[in-house]
Design a protein around this ligand. Structure first.
Ligand code: SER
Length: 317
């Protein structure tokens, strides 16, 4: 990875990944693109609608990119509300990004998700290779995406790589439109209101990961020796598995007056119920030495500390 182009750069993962990549590979070597216009520019940035394959190709070629990180996509709950848009954007964007990578001989990364699994997948210790019959449009997109990436590797030799991300928790950019968003929202409300109403039912376990670990995983996978990778897209990865009341209890250790109630959203609850409780990550550990630093306790402490500073700064500005 020397010259990297990122789509969806203003999204939840992109906004932090750009900073990390620029700190490692140099500011001018990372091209950020997004459908939204950036208010301020620091480093290369271009507006790109990923359904416009020609513009994607032109930008990648002009930049001299050798790596494509394709992040632009609709998350699970938004995709469920507008399945046709999700198909067009998630699959159209991915096909364009794969084609551009094939034509320009670029290394390729795109995230899959725990959403690539469904109700018939083993819920606990979900194996790397197992049944994938998701019941959401997002999941259908993710499985098709995994297969397409493997296809481009096997058929055309494109160096495609990917991970199945769990819910990602961060204090920088809110996720927006995902099923696991509660695990981010709860921190904002805990600090600002002292209470939170969870749309996910008590007892619903999902895998989660803190953003610094997620970003490091992307870099580690992309830098891994290609010959060691038995899998391509996508590796199970996770750092913790919890349900809402466990997260609330952890927050309470820092904010003793914090309380949580429930008002379950049937759409997002049904999605969560169809996803695994905890993934098996042995393939990622074995093939590219996947590791994490943040468990539930460390993540919660860091989130609260950093978010308090951020919200305080916002309040006085
Ligand atoms: N965080 C994502 C979502 O909830 C999972 O990929 O949609």
């Amino acid at each position: 990875m020397k010259k990297i182009m990122v789509t969806g750069a203003l999204g939840q993962i992109g906004s932090e990944l750009i900073e990390k990549l620029r700190s490692i590979y140099g500011e001018d070597n990372v091209l950020a693109t997004d459908i939204r216009k950036l208010e301020y520019t620091k480093g290369p940035f271009e507006v790109l609608d990923v359904t416009d394959g020609q513009r994607m190709y032109d930008l990648a070629k002009d930049f001299g990119a050798d790596t494509m990180m394709h992040l632009a996509a609709l998350l699970s709950a938004t995709a469920e509300r507008n399945p046709l848009l999700a198909w067009n954007l998630n699959m159209g964007g991915l096909m364009n990004a794969l084609e551009v990578s094939r034509e320009l001989n670029m290394q390729f990364f795109t995230p899959s998700s725990i959403g690539a699994f469904g109700p018939s997948t083993p819920k606990k210790d979900t194996p790397q290779d197992t049944l994938q019959r998701p019941t959401t449009m997002y999941g259908v997109n993710k499985v098709a995406g995994e297969l397409l990436c493997d296809y481009y590797f096997n058929r055309f030799g494109v160096d495609t790589r990917g991970v199945r991300f769990p819910g990602l928790i961060s204090y920088v950019t809110p996720p927006g439109g995902g099923t696991t968003d509660y695990a981010v929202e709860i921190f904002y409300e805990a600090i600002e209101q002292g209470k939170y109403t969870s749309y996910i039912q008590e007892g619903t376990y999902m895998d989660m990961m803190y953003m610094p670990d997620a970003l490091q995983a992307i870099v580690d996978l992309m830098e891994a020796d290609s010959s060691k990778l038995v899998h391509r897209n996508a590796f199970n990865i996770t750092a913790m598995s919890f349900e809402p009341s466990q997260l609330a209890a952890e927050i309470k250790k820092h904010l003793p007056h914090f309380t949580m109630g429930y008002e379950v959203d049937p759409v997002r609850q049904a999605i969560a119920d169809s996803w695994p409780n905890s993934l098996n990550i042995e393939a990622a550990q074995k093939e590219w030495n996947f590791k994490t630093e943040y468990d539930l306790a460390r993540m919660t402490a860091d989130m609260l500390e950093k978010l308090k500073i951020k919200l305080h700064k916002k309040a006085i500005s």
